[in-house]
Design a protein around this ligand. Structure first.
Ligand SMILES: [Zn+2]
Ligand SMILES: [Zn+2]
Length: 393
């Protein structure tokens, strides 16, 4: 069967063309195992993002439980042709997929959080310390919403991490670049609609409220170089998303289980499954309705464990209400977005990776302080062991 190498989606197109592209994508997704020739892989450290390109990787598309090897929790990597790298959510387990990309960690210095559930923020600590060990010599900036009370906001979450990891961070002082250990919160008012939360280097990121369990969750829209990326974390279908995500190029929104799917997968009763899937999340048919209103170049759903029968149920649910270009994302799918096309590939990486080579700036960055061990503990060193002599610096 002939498989399209490129899943090109022209920016201006009719509904009919959208349907054709949608079918193309689905066919390519479902029949790719039959392809004679498959060129759609992305290998770490083999290419750079072009000056007009936006490169996106799904680092996590799964759930808080079960935490699976196949799918980590919510996290999205966005690299722009201007050199900027942004993370949207850093959910549990997603740091593994981030490290698989072997990125320049000094540029992985900005994360935007949709809300403070572990499946959206659980690996901020691994990013903070792991990135610092792997090349970041400048602070890590965490952007996120306030909450109904100060202790429920992003600033409190970040301060709490600093308290929790005081021992870890103190122990690395002097050995690692001073600035790389800094974690800086940028909290903004979750109630504000379309508020600018970031504007630098030609990139503007706005946020608006989402509806999910407590006050605080938000969605984001990134605009750069005539391209737009929208990221919705968890939410009940909300009017702000439909208004502010309009016509964006790449629109991510949660596409949760159907009530029946959730009941069968987690062994829940129908009342609980209906409540969770359809009152605090967005089930597939509602996701489709939202995308029919938003009309993106590519609609991207996530937030389920894609066992085959569930994947099928989700697709069928979306297709009752939306006939445009669609992907139900899986971990390590990658997209290059330009004005001309959206090309989908798959990250191919080693199971065991090394950190990227540190830059000269990282090696030379200022390191002060010293990890101190008390005389009492030092006196406990066993005399039966002699370490090898330390080589000169
Ligand atoms: Zn949530
Ligand atoms: Zn979630």
């Amino acid at each position: 069967m002939q498989i399209h190498k490129f899943l090109a989606i022209p920016k201006a197109e009719t509904t009919m063309k959208r349907m054709v592209w949608s079918v193309t994508i689905l066919m390519a997704t479902m029949t790719s195992a039959l392809a004679q020739e498959r060129v759609d892989a992305w290998y770490p450290q083999t290419e750079t993002v072009g000056p007009d390109e936006m490169f996106i990787v799904a680092l996590g598309t799964g759930m808080p439980t079960p935490i699976t090897r196949a799918q980590k929790s919510s996290a999205w990597y966005v690299e722009l042709g201007n050199g900027d790298i942004f993370l949207f959510d850093v959910g549990s387990g997603s740091a593994e997929n981030l490290f698989a990309l072997r990125p320049d960690f000094n540029r992985v210095n900005k994360a935007f959080l949709s809300h403070l559930h572990t499946d959206h923020v659980g690996d901020v600590d691994s990013l903070w310390v792991g990135g610092w060990l792997s090349g970041r010599y400048e602070p890590l900036h965490i952007y996120g919403p306030s909450g109904a009370k100060p202790e429920l906001g992003t600033a409190a979450f970040v301060e709490g991490l600093k308290v929790a990891y005081a021992w870890d961070i103190s122990g690395r002082s002097g050995a690692l670049p001073d600035a790389g250990g800094q974690l800086i919160a940028h909290e903004f008012d979750y109630k504000k609609e379309n508020v600018v939360v970031y504007k630098e280097n030609g990139v503007t990121i706005t946020a608006w409220p989402a509806i999910h369990i407590l006050d605080g969750p938000v969605s984001y829209r990134l605009e750069w170089n005539g391209l737009s990326f929208v990221f919705g974390g968890d939410s009940y279908p909300n009017k702000w998303f439909i208004k502010n995500a309009q016509n964006a190029d790449f629109v991510i929104h949660e596409c949760f289980y159907t009530p029946v799917g959730l009941a069968s997968y987690l062994g829940w009763g129908m009342r609980q499954a209906t409540f969770v899937s359809s009152y605090i999340h967005t089930p597939p048919a509602a996701f489709g309705k939202i995308m029919s209103m938003v009309k993106p170049r590519l609609a991207v759903g996530y937030h389920s464990i894609l066992v085959p029968e569930m994947h099928q149920q989700i697709l069928e649910g979306v297709r009752t209400t939306y006939d445009g270009p669609l992907i139900i994302a899986d971990d390590l799918m990658a997209w290059t977005v330009t004005k001309e096309a959206i090309v989908q590939r798959e990250v191919v990486s080693a199971e065991r990776v090394q950190p990227p080579q540190p830059s000269l700036e990282y090696v030379k960055a200022n390191r002060s302080g010293e990890a101190i061990v008390s005389d009492y503990i030092t006196a406990g060193k066993w005399e039966g062991y002699t370490p090898p002599p330390l080589p000169d610096k």
